[in-house]
Design a binder for this molecule. Structure first.
Ligand code: ATP
Length: 593
């Protein structure tokens, strides 16, 4: 397919305000794509060059793109900058200026989607001395060959601001529609996606082998699995009831989730984050230990990486564990504050997938390959502590003990459940210290718009945000609260700068809102908030589709933490379903208090 056709589809998608309409256009575009092109098309539509764990990032800076536009069109840098100041979008600037050069009779060349993808990848992987000039020239070369509309999307893509608003679930439904005529196969496609974390791969397998290929999708080493997530509950009684009378309860360690892939024969280890990003270099001590402490030829383990003092038996605070996030600190910190991996699951062993096996079997295999008992030697990969119990009292006591040890709480696990990749299900239930105090838990919300504010705030150009949670069933972001207070001056500055860059002209198709902020933004940034209470509200759309009339809102919300949650994608925010459950739990607590 020519990139000029892709650009026309992108223009249509951008102008559509309904999610279903967006799926139709995406499905039509997929229908016109060759199987050789499908991976590139899917990645480009997501605004990326690779799945998250390969991390091929384009990240062209505005200044650099301006130079490319100038070089491609013959307009001076000052002209490009002045146009950009007026348009506010370098993509539109490129489109306009390329249009003017075309009017002078300079012709475009035909660029295919594969050409566009290859050239963008070339820009991303160019490094070293002179790479800046080479990047400018490569982008200029593409723009010189492109039509105005292509230039709009190529520049936005290069800047990382494509933002068509199609999330993973929307693309999965479009793939289903294109392949089977209905959106119903999304569920099957999603299970394939959940075990490989790569939409491009799922789309390619579907194009080449059809639905049979999707049904036969297998867990593979070095292809990260989307993590299983836990539901929440407040009491041991409830948990045991939900789990059929007996459960395993593990300590809930407050560190960083790590998925460790080991292939001993190849001496290769890779570690992935909760978001499937490759973090191997961040955990050198765990990567090394995976080769010597895991008694298997190959395995995928999951655990929590956390700083732990073996002598005192104390866990360090989360903030200390993540100190090494910046590259230059890794070596220093891994010597000073080595991390342990508290392993709690196994998804693959010696060439065989384990996700279908019950938790009890997975856990005993995990124990057998970690040999943690008896050696007396200090280990980096340890087993998550656990009990098996049918007694609410014992479960409460275990929870209290976890808190005493400075842990966050416990995660109860259904002994007979498979590993439910990529979903929040009752096969895991968390009970946290915070549930026992104020509103049951902190809530992760997605910013969908912001306000300018009045008075002194207007000076900053920032007066608060409109926030939403994710309704997985509808694949929509539903409003839950306006956050207008509690910002420091530094935070106001931080949010204004951040959000200004993702402003949109109109409400995104996957946002359901009755409120109108001063500016809509791309729903991409997650912040963690605490609130006093969840209340019913006629103003907000959260949970309204569940048929109870009014929606749900947060009372007295305030942002906690320094800024956005980089480890969470918008679809990882708290879900509408969780909000409704938290509202129910809150009512029960009030009644019993
Ligand atoms: P939270 O902010 O409560 O950690 P979350 O959305 O990141 O929530 P959940 O799946 O809801 O993730 O809660 C389980 C999280 O707890 C996991 O992501 C994992 O990082 C952490 N964890 C710590 N110990 C365990 C354990 N023994 N079993 C499972 N998860 C554990």
């Amino acid at each position: 397919m020519l990139f000029s056709d892709v650009a026309k589809y992108y223009e249509k998608i951008e102008s559509i305000s309904s999610r279903l309409g967006m799926i139709d256009v995406l499905a039509e575009m997929l229908g016109n794509t060759d199987r050789k092109e499908i991976r590139s098309l899917i990645y480009m539509t997501q605004g990326v060059l690779s799945p998250p764990f390969e991390a091929v990032r384009i990240g062209i800076a505005e200044k650099l793109a301006e130079s490319s536009i100038s070089l491609a069109t013959g307009f001076s840098l000052a002209d490009v900058e002045s146009h950009f100041r007026k348009s506010g979008d370098l993509g539109s600037t490129a489109e306009e200026l390329v249009k003017k050069t075309r009017l002078k009779g300079i012709k475009s060349e035909k660029l295919s989607i594969l050409d566009a993808f290859r050239l963008m990848s070339k820009i991303a992987t160019t490094s070293g001395e002179g790479s800046k000039d080479l990047k400018i020239k490569t982008l200029a070369g593409i723009l010189a060959a492109s039509e105005p509309l292509e230039a709009r999307y190529l520049v936005r893509f290069a800047l990382g601001t494509l933002r068509l608003g199609a999330g993973d679930a929307t693309i999965l439904e479009a793939l289903s529609k294109n392949s089977t005529g209905s959106r119903d196969s999304k569920v099957l496609l999603e299970s394939a996606y959940n075990i490989c974390g790569d939409l491009g791969k799922v789309a390619e397998v579907l194009a080449v082998h059809g639905m049979r290929g999707i049904e036969n999708f297998k867990v593979e080493l070095f292809s990260p699995i989307r993590p299983a997530l836990a539901e929440r509950m407040n009491t041991a009684d409830e948990i045991l009831k939900k789990m059929g009378g007996t459960c395993s309860a593990e300590s809930k360690y407050d560190g960083l989730r790590a998925q460790v892939h080991v292939d001993k024969k190849a001496s290769r280890v890779e570690i992935f984050s909760r978001n499937l990003e490759r973090l191997t270099e961040m955990f050198p001590e765990i990567a090394k230990a995976a080769l010597s402490e895991v008694d298997a030829s190959s395995a995928i383990l999951e655990g929590e990486a956390i700083a732990y003092d073996e002598v005192s038996g104390e866990f360090h605070a989360f903030q200390e564990t993540i100190q090494r996030k910046r590259k230059h600190m890794v070596e220093e910190k891994s010597a000073e504050l080595p991390l342990k991996l508290f392993s709690f699951d196994i998804m693959y062993l010696n060439g065989e997938s384990y996700i279908e096996k019950p938790y009890s079997e997975r856990r005993s295999r995990l124990e057998s390959i970690l040999h943690t008992k008896g050696s007396g030697k200090s280990r980096t990969i340890m087993l998550a502590d656990r009990i098996i119990t049918s007694s609410p009292k014992e479960l409460e006591l275990y929870f209290d003990k976890a808190i005493e040890h400075g842990l966050e709480g416990i995660v109860a696990k259904d002994l007979s459940a498979r590993y439910v990749a990529g979903a929040r299900k009752f096969s895991w239930i968390k009970m946290k210290r915070s549930y026992k105090s104020e509103l049951s838990d902190s809530i992760d919300v997605v910013i969908i718009g912001y306000y300018l504010g009045k008075g002194a705030r207007a000076e900053f150009g920032f007066g608060g945000v409109l926030a939403s949670v994710y309704n997985k069933k509808r694949d929509m972001f539903e409003t839950i609260t306006k956050i207008g207070t509690g910002f420091t001056e530094a935070q106001m500055e931080y949010f204004r700068k951040l959000l200004e860059k993702t402003r949109l002209r109109s409400k995104p198709a996957r946002v359901d809102s009755e409120m109108e902020p001063d500016f809509w933004v791309d729903p991409r940034y997650v912040v963690t908030v605490r609130a006093d209470e969840i209340t019913r509200s006629p103003m907000h759309t959260c949970g309204r589709s569940e048929g109870h009339g009014a929606g749900y809102a947060l009372r007295f919300p305030r942002i906690i933490g320094e800024g956005i949650r980089e480890d969470k994608s918008p679809e990882d925010s708290t879900s509408t379903k969780e909000i409704i459950e938290m509202f129910g739990a809150q009512k029960k607590t009030k009644v019993s208090a």
